[in-house]
Design a binder for this molecule. Structure first.
Ligand SMILES: Cc1cc2nc3c(=O)[nH]c(=O)nc-3n(C[C@H](O)[C@H](O)[C@H](O)COP(=O)(O)OP(=O)(O)OC[C@H]3O[C@@H](n4cnc5c(N)ncnc54)[C@H](O)[C@@H]3O)c2cc1C
Length: 375
């Protein structure tokens, strides 16, 4: 793949949410795009995601919001329940696709990835699995990339979309802070109870729990465990341990706890955040998505930022003759918004750990309103 006058070539590292959406947006703008993905095909873990209004708006920009709404579960309310099991308020996030479409969608990760990947390949993107990037060197206007399978590419653009522990970020020499916040998050796939038509979030004496519908038949339970060790538990311990953590919650959580017994899918992950300290780009290489700014899951907006990054990157590169100028414009447009979201998610962690849940609700609300501003 050689870049020459008139042919714009890009290698994207990582076929996650950011990489696939950037690939589609660039390919539709006339770029020849190859994605190198370290993992095997169909490796996406089976829990779900809540895609908020900004995610849906960005997906709509690619013509994919209605597919996600059809394959997921549209919702428009977040119900907060206090430690006593009493309702503590309802948040109605702005409906960014208009009054006739829901504000958010819950969707299984493998379903979202299938939708994004199908569209990328339809747009001409080539995805290669089991491959990563070994070296990146700027050579004039092009970047020389050595890949792990020995292939060498000279391309006009390199995009690191390889997640929170990005190798591309390191190879480009970009410095990020990566923090663990003393919380572990749990997810379990369960049958959807009929009353779960929106997101429910339950404040506990120590932890926070909730439920997000994913389809007519499925939902996922989440629990944020405070003061947790960053450890890996045997798979067989996960469901019993999650059930124990749900025991102190009253009311509807009792029903949810019984559903976890039947769940074959329980995952536990550390709550980590990442934020680039300085530039997001060096020469014609740039990082996007979690590689540049990974918020904690509390705002359910990491995927929104990742999808927006893909769209805005393609838009800004379209506006400028040189890749370097386009990348600088992209970072100018994105940096403040992404920093605000990561910092708010960290502030919410602090309030949860101090059990000041009531102060977290307005913060979540105002941050959703900020994110409703154009990307
Ligand atoms: C438990 C949990 C729950 C979450 N819930 C939500 C939610 O409800 N809503 C929401 O919007 N966000 C949520 N998020 C955040 C969201 O998942 C991320 O922000 C989003 O996935 C970022 O997308 P990405 O493409 O940047 O990174 P990733 O999704 O991490 O994708 C990176 C891709 O790069 C590949 N890769 C990694 N290293 C290499 C390499 N060296 N070479 C090649 N390929 C590589 C990986 O295999 C992967 O395919 C949650 C996060 C967690 C941890």
């Amino acid at each position: 793949m050689e870049s020459c006058r008139g042919v714009r070539t890009a290698v994207i590292v990582g076929a996650g949410v950011a990489g696939l959406t950037a690939a589609t947006a660039l390919a539709r703008g006339g770029w020849q795009v190859e994605i190198v993905e370290i993992g095997p095909p169909e490796a996406t873990a089976g829990w779900g995601l809540c895609l908020t209004g900004p995610s849906l708006r960005a997906l709509d920009g690619l013509g994919l919001a209605d597919t996600c709404l059809a394959e997921g579960y549209g919702m428009s309310t977040i119900t907060h329940v206090d430690v006593g099991g009493e309702p503590a308020g309802e948040v109605r996030p702005p409906r960014l696709l208009g009054a006739r479409r829901p504000a958010m969608v819950g969707i299984a990760r493998p379903v979202l990835h299938r939708i994004l990947r199908t569209e990328a390949e339809r747009s001409g993107v080539v995805v290669r699995h089991g491959v990563t990037v070994a070296a990146v060197d700027q050579e004039g206007e092009l970047v020389r990339m050595r890949l792990s399978d020995g292939v060498v590419r000279r391309v006009a653009l390199v995009v690191g979309a390889d997640g929170i522990r990005s190798s591309t970020r390191r190879l480009l020499g970009l410095g990020a802070s990566l923090d663990f916040h003393g919380q572990m998050v749990w997810r379990a796939l369960v049958p959807r109870p009929p009353w779960a038509t929106g997101i429910h979030q339950f404040a506990g004496k120590t932890d926070t729990a909730g439920l997000v519908p994913l389809s007519a038949g499925q939902a996922y339970v989440f629990l944020t465990e405070n003061g947790a060790e960053r450890s890996v538990l045997p798979d067989a311990d996960l469901a019993p341990r999650l059930r124990r953590l749900l025991e102190p919650f009253p009311g509807q959580v009792e029903e949810i706890r019984s559903l976890v017994s039947a769940s074959a899918w329980v995952v536990r992950r550390p709550v980590r955040t990442a934020l680039l300290e300085g530039a997001w780009n060096r020469g014609s290489g740039v990082v996007i998505g979690d590689a540049a700014h990974a918020p904690a899951p509390q705002m359910a907006s990491g995927a929104a930022l990742a999808i927006e990054d893909g769209l805005v990157l393609a838009q800004e590169l379209e506006r400028y003759e040189s890749v370097g100028a386009g990348l600088q414009a992209f970072v100018r447009r994105r940096a403040q918004r992404c920093r605000a979201l990561v910092e708010t998610s960290v502030a919410i962690i602090g309030l949860e750990q101090a059990r000041r849940h009531h102060e977290a609700y307005p913060l979540v609300d105002s941050c959703h309103r900020l994110m409703a501003e154009p990307a």
